[in-house]
Design a protein around this ligand. Structure first.
Ligand code: FE2
Ligand code: FE2
Length: 195
């Protein structure tokens, strides 16, 4: 599916924040917490959520009006996540407030996992079921144009590298929880690995 690869990147980065909270290692990894928060604030708030809300969800509710409550719930998760990320950026930039920052990092990891689960298991498959290959092309082209214009053509690849580097820096080179092969790589609709 079109935006599924984003989810793998989001899972990696938000899981690192969750592990920082679980292991109570802010004293050593505060800078990384700040950098990951800044990254997710842009990748989720400006990039991924915008693509879903501008291009994917309108199509979903038009083709299946029974999805309206699910989509409304997903959008309210987006706003909650954006608030958590902006708090995480501002708190991690300064000193102190460790307890608050731990709570925020845990919530980011939990919300991210449950939100992606809802999208991957329920909403995305229903969208796919309604999507003709023409519409798939159209959404693909809209997303690509939006990305290239606002973020640059290599934004996704750079974002994946950043998430992997941060995971390795914070949790060690052998840590791997998110299996990226589970997430479909973006490709032109109609080729083998597009949905
Ligand atoms: Fe979403
Ligand atoms: Fe998503």
């Amino acid at each position: 599916m079109l935006l599924s690869y984003d989810h793998g990147i989001i899972q990696i980065a938000s899981d690192v924040l969750g592990e920082i909270a679980k292991r109570r290692i802010l004293d050593k990894k505060r800078n990384e917490t700040f950098e990951i928060s800044v990254f997710l604030d842009k990748f989720l708030g400006k990039y991924h959520h915008t693509k879903e809300e501008k291009f994917l969800f309108p199509f979903a509710v038009k083709s299946d009006p029974s999805l309206v409550p699910d989509v409304d719930a997903l959008i309210s998760d987006h706003r909650r996540m954006e608030k958590l990320l902006s708090d995480s950026v501002s708190i991690s930039k300064a000193e102190g407030a460790e307890a608050d920052l731990y709570a925020i990092c845990s919530e980011i990891a939990e919300l991210s996992a449950s939100h992606i689960n809802k999208e991957e298991r329920r909403v995305y498959p229903l969208i796919e079921a309604h999507l003709s290959s023409e519409e798939d092309h159209e959404i693909y082209n809209e997303c690509k144009e939006f990305t290239d214009r606002n973020f640059g053509y290599d934004y996704l690849r750079n974002s994946e590298s950043f998430a992997m580097i941060m995971q390795s820096v914070v949790l060690g080179p052998n840590y791997m929880k998110t299996d990226m092969s589970k997430y479909v790589k973006i490709s032109m609709p109609g080729s083998d690995n597009s949905a």
